[in-house]
Design a protein around this ligand. Structure first.
Ligand code: KIV
Length: 279
């Protein structure tokens, strides 16, 4: 199976099909995402919330992101692996950002990194790209700075805010991003951005006119019992199934129904007899 490349993703803008991206945080999920033919496995900092139990994405560390990215990189054969740069890892200085971005490739086997922000991070993106590291941008609702944006709210509903976002998208393209996540923005604005930039846009809560789509896997399979945003489609409800299985296991253990003979090992009768004599 041939590993996808950045030019393969760029070519989708003209030739299609749409780019598919899902989050993965560990080896088994990376294997499933890859086996299903998803193009990009994003080790999102949503890890903080859906796997590590934090109330937001801000507290996840570089070491935690690298640890999970390593596991994902071990699980994929075809998909690109993108590591999400955690809050604080690219905002203090450009050299620190380049160093942290390169750690995702050198130490964790990622193919590129994603970071949040528009024109304000354009210089940082440019320096990381110059360092030979593919960068995916992320505008609209940027969860790491959700507090400054007034919470987890749809962005760009007013004309001036939407125009600023289009400028952000252009700046990120000029800085060298190979693709752009558009999160929680009106579909009409996402369409305008997608028509404006020459790199693929990947929407989440941004309507169907983006060049690709992304969802948080734990949301779309119904594994996360926290808040589920309006833009999530739940394709299955895994949590219910897993809870049922755990409850059945508990009951069978308590009632002595598990394990059965098929789950147990035997020893030759003569050896058992000898053992009894030894006692
Ligand atoms: O962290 C994440 O999962 C993300 C996606 C929502 C794009 O940034």
């Amino acid at each position: 199976m041939k590993k996808l490349t950045i030019p393969d993703i760029l070519a989708r803008k003209q030739a299609g099909p749409k780019v598919t991206m899902l989050t993965a945080y560990d080896y088994p999920w990376a294997r499933m995402v890859d086996e299903a033919g998803i193009d990009i496995a994003l080790v999102g900092d949503s890890l903080a919330m859906v796997v590590l139990g934090h109330p937001n994405t801000v507290s996840v560390t570089m070491e935690e992101m690298l640890h999970h990215t390593r596991a994902v990189a071990r699980g994929v054969r075809r998909a690109l692996v993108i590591g999400d740069m955690p809050f604080g890892s690219y905002n203090s200085s450009i050299p620190a950002a380049v160093n942290n971005a390169s750690r995702f490739l050198k130490e964790a086997g990622a193919d590129g990194v994603k970071l949040e922000g528009g024109r304000i991070v354009a210089d940082t993106v440019e320096a990381i790209v110059r360092g030979g590291i593919p960068v995916q941008g992320h505008v609209g609702l940027t969860p790491q700075t959700a507090t400054s944006l007034g919470g987890f709210k749809v962005q760009g509903k007013k004309a001036e805010a939407a125009r600023q976002m289009i400028d952000d998208a252009r700046a990120l393209e000029d800085a060298g991003c190979f693709s752009l996540v558009l999160e929680a923005i009106p579909a009409a604005v996402a369409r305008m951005i997608s028509e404006t930039v020459s790199i693929p846009t990947i929407g989440i809560g941004a309507g169907r006119d983006c060049d690709g789509q992304v969802l948080v896997t734990h949301d779309m399979v119904g594994l996360f019992d926290g808040f589920t945003p309006k833009f999530v489609k739940q394709y299955t409800t895994m949590r219910g199934g897993v809870l049922e299985a755990i409850a059945a296991y508990k009951r069978e253990v308590e009632e002595g129904l598990f394990p059965e003979d098929i789950h147990s090992f035997t020893m030759p009768a003569e050896e058992l007899a000898k053992l009894k004599d030894l006692e």
